[in-house]
Design a protein around this ligand. Structure first.
Ligand SMILES: [Zn+2]
Ligand SMILES: [Zn+2]
Length: 464
């Protein structure tokens, strides 16, 4: 056998990926396929997200992946990295400028306005699960198409709304056995933030400081001074240590709001860190902003690593609705990354709960038996049994291997002899014991056996 061909076969056996150079149509850079083994974790994460969202009164919603480019330019902000550098935007066949959704909130705000949701009982609480697109530099665990779990509360100005979001985010990770800490800050309202920015500018304008700032921060001084605080460059991190903190400049009502949020977090024993440098990269936030950071087990990591490893974040955006042409509506929301969550669960080897469904496998031998077995399969499925099959195979060995693979508790085997006798062969997949039972009594018999088997195997496992 030629060496190359042999190597290819071995590669295929190992289930490894083929080098991209060899592929005629490889997937796009920064994109990802989710294969069978990984999808188990996605199911788990989606289930947890949906369950928690519903418990806290959020209803599911979906919006188009494609929207007008203007929506994001206005809502997310033209000067943000997301819009200015990372968006997948193009002109469609009608000459309309459109963009693939780079984040969830603008589309959800549009939905609220467009469908007159301010006429619904307030607050309106929605959750959303789906893909977003950013033409970012691909890195480990980061993709250009990735998925988010997103929650929004519209029409609620109270600190409790902020707390509910943080609570769902915290519970989500905790119940998936990922230890996290909430990073939290308040960036005030328009009025008190303006005063703070003045203080901040005065601080950075002092002799010598401005000159030391990195190239980007010099631009930020003019465009978006708050973002001086979350610069990742070492020299800027050093400089900000003595910078005035925004919490000291909050107006009375912003301060009250923030203190209430923190009091509730204390009450609920949610671990948080008051982080004066947390400002978030988007234009629309005000008051509470927060991020969820994994708690590192191997000691302190550099700030850069930490910021890159934020699992999700959000905050309040009370002015966005009006800014987008709607009626003034207080709002807050948060989004978290599904890919990063799945990665952490897999890295930590958290065991998945065994699939303990009561599967019954239906096997057949011979053409006639197959026809009858296919009918039996349909009847049992309609009666509510969890049946499985491999009717495309003739070999009984192959069928029983499949039964093992799906974790069937019993197999029902129909051959020529059973067909003549009006019976079926029942095999207990655990013990291998087989017995002949009356074909007419299959349903009653199976029900009885499954309920007895379930009584024997009740145990609690430390898994998710
Ligand atoms: Zn204020
Ligand atoms: Zn900088």
């Amino acid at each position: 056998m030629p060496r190359r061909k042999k190597m290819k076969i071995e590669e295929a056996k190992a289930g490894g990926e083929r080098p991209r150079g060899q592929l005629k149509y490889p997937r796009l850079r920064g994109m990802k396929d989710i294969l069978f083994d990984e999808y188990k974790y996605w199911d788990l994460v989606y289930k947890k997200a949906t369950e928690l969202a519903r418990v806290y009164g959020f209803k599911r919603i979906e919006t188009p992946i494609l929207e007008r480019l203007e929506l994001y330019e206005r809502a997310t902000g033209k000067s943000t990295d997301i819009v200015s550098k990372e968006m997948y935007s193009f002109v469609d066949k009608n000459g309309e400028k459109v963009a693939l959704r780079p984040e969830a909130t603008p589309g959800l705000v549009r939905t609220y306005i467009e469908h007159g949701m301010l006429n619904l009982p307030q607050p309106v609480k929605m959750f959303w699960l789906g893909p977003v697109f950013r033409h970012d530099k691909p890195q480990a665990g980061r993709y250009r198409q990735f998925n988010q779990f997103d929650l929004e509360i519209f029409g609620d100005a109270t600190p409790i709304a902020d707390v509910i979001l943080i609570l769902v985010a915290y519970n989500f990770f905790r119940e998936l056995q990922i230890a996290v800490q909430i990073q939290i800050n308040s960036i005030g309202c328009k009025e008190c933030r303006e005063q703070y920015i003045e203080k901040l500018l005065n601080f950075y304008k002092e002799r010598g400081k401005r000159a030391k700032l990195c190239y980007d921060c010099k631009k930020r001084l003019v465009k978006n001074p708050l973002r001086l605080l979350d610069c990742k460059e070492e020299v800027c991190i050093k400089l900000r240590e003595d910078a005035p903190q925004i919490v000291d400049s909050l107006c009375d009502s912003c301060r009250d709001h923030f203190i209430k949020v923190l009091e509730y977090l204390d009450e609920l024993e949610i671990p948080y860190n008051l982080n004066p440098y947390l400002v978030r990269g988007l234009d629309y936030y005000n008051r509470t902003v927060f991020e969820v950071w994994p708690v590192e087990e191997d000691g302190e990591k550099s700030r850069e690593n930490r910021a890159q490893s934020a699992l999700g974040g959000g905050g309040r955006y009370d002015n966005l609705m009006e800014y987008m042409g709607g009626r003034e509506t207080p709002a807050c929301g948060f989004g978290l990354g599904i890919e990063r969550t799945v990665l952490l669960i897999r890295e930590k080897n958290i065991p998945l709960k065994k699939d303990d469904e009561d599967y019954i496998f239906i096997a057949q031998l011979g053409e006639q038996a197959r026809r009858k077995a296919m009918n039996l399969f349909e009847e049992m499925r309609r009666s509510g049994f969890k049946v499985r099959q491999l009717f495309t195979k003739d070999s009984l060995k192959a069928q029983l291997e499949e039964a093992d693979r799906v974790g069937a508790k019993y197999s029902l085997i129909l051959g020529q002899k059973e067909l003549m006798d009006g019976t079926i062969l029942l095999r207990d997949m655990e013990s291998g014991i087989q017995e002949v039972i009356d074909y007419k009594k299959i349903n009653a018999d199976m029900e009885k056996r499954l309920s007895e088997k379930n009584k024997q195997t009740k145990n609690g496992e430390n898994s998710v």
